[in-house]
Design a protein around this ligand. Structure first.
Ligand code: F6P
Length: 361
């Protein structure tokens, strides 16, 4: 049997479960091929390492003790897809350089762990003839073609804990709190953590919010004798009056109003309207850090193990995904460039509405 050479990289924002997935892929490859028949190369810092030919041979023992370790042992970086074909100074042709590294390492296959942007580049590499298998990771859960990405449930756990903690202090002080949750384009994380921790108002990019609707909801709570309220707000939430603006136009507007993020705009607007103290909490990258939760450890292991199986069957050009609790393969071209948003009429939104959660519409 000839030796199989596999490259592996993690790209884009990190999340919990990356190391568990790396471990799942590599331990399964050893199991399938036998340790003496496989060589695994870790590409350092994502596509950047592939461009700059930075890699290291990974020893079997490096995959032990990392199941519950946060971050990524390989390092990661953001290499935006829209600039991947640009020729950089010093004549760095990123696409050709990536293909060159693959050839130089004599790889049989490249395993790529990443989110949305990463998958566009992975699809490009696949269409350029590289053997690629990918795994879906991101705390945003916005990857098309999979019911869930690893990292998501760990982040839900952290964000829920933040909101729980805010709940107690908000109650003591009778304050309105806005907790800003990550998610620029989609609201999965805000929706799940908001429901898990009983947020009164949940604002997500998919449902532009109307200030008056939020005010009405706060007033109703006051009438019921509740002098505190929790608003879980996605960082990409959109006020109705900004609905037709581009992302950069919205950013400019916030800047002009001296607001670093959308939560501060809402806090200002609400303070004027309700005359009550408003506080903003932004947990930020906290949500991406620390250990993966048990669900993510299991999901990442299942994904990793399935990726190894795809490699052994030469089923390249696929992303591993979860559909109805089954791990399956889905063609990269069906995934790349598509976003999985929260459907407004989804059962989870309807359930939240039924228990009285307001979505600001
Ligand atoms: O990886 C997803 C994410 O955490 C988003 O939720 C967030 O908007 C973005 O990354 C933050 O990016 P960065 O880590 O580059 O600041």
């Amino acid at each position: 049997m000839s030796i199989k050479r596999v490259g592996i990289l993690t790209s884009g924002g990190d999340c919990q479960g990356l190391n568990a997935a790396i471990r799942g892929v590599c331990k399964s490859l050893y199991g399938i091929y036998g340790e003496e028949n496989i060589e695994i190369y870790g590409i350092v810092d994502g596509y950047r390492g592939l461009i700059n030919c930075e890699y290291r041979f990974l020893k079997r023992e490096e995959f032990s003790g990392i199941l519950n370790l946060g971050g990524t042992i390989l390092g990661t970086s953001r290499e935006p897809f829209k600039r991947i074909r640009d020729i950089e100074k010093n004549n760095i042709d990123k696409l050709s350089f990536m293909k060159e590294t693959y050839k130089k390492l004599k790889l049989d296959c490249l395993v790529i762990l990443g989110g949305n942007g990463t998958h566009k580049t992975a699809n490009l590499l696949s269409s350029e003839g590289l053997n690629v298998v990918t795994l879906p990771k991101t705390i945003d859960n916005d990857l098309f073609g999979t019911d869930v990405t690893f990292g998501f449930h760990s982040a839900v756990g952290i964000a829920s804990q933040v909101i729980d903690c805010i709940h107690t202090t908000a109650t003591s002080h009778g304050r309105i709190f806005i907790v800003e949750i990550m998610g620029n384009k989609v609201g999965w994380l805000t929706l799940y953590s908001g429901i898990a921790s009983g947020a009164d108002i949940i604002l997500i990019p998919e449902i532009p919010y109307n200030l008056n609707s939020i005010i009405r909801s706060l007033e109703n709570r006051s009438k019921q004798g509740k002098n505190f309220s929790i608003i879980a707000m996605a960082e990409g939430s959109i006020p109705v009056e900004y609905k037709n603006l581009s992302k950069s136009e919205r950013k400019d507007k916030l800047k002009k109003n001296n607001c670093s993020t959308i939560s501060y705009k809402l806090a200002n607007d609400l303070e004027k309207a309700v005359g009550q103290e408003i506080r903003v909490t932004v947990p930020g990258h906290f949500q991406r850090g620390g250990d993966p939760c048990p669900y993510d450890r299991i999901l990442a292991t299942r994904f990793g193990s399935f990726a190894a199986r795809l490699i052994s069957e030469s089923r390249y050009g696929n992303m591993v995904s979860l559909q109805n609790d089954k791990v399956v393969a889905i063609p990269l071209e069906d995934v790349a460039g598509k976003l999985k948003t929260v459907p407004e009429d989804s059962q989870i939104i309807l359930s939240a509405r039924r228990i009285g959660t307001t979505f600001g519409d």
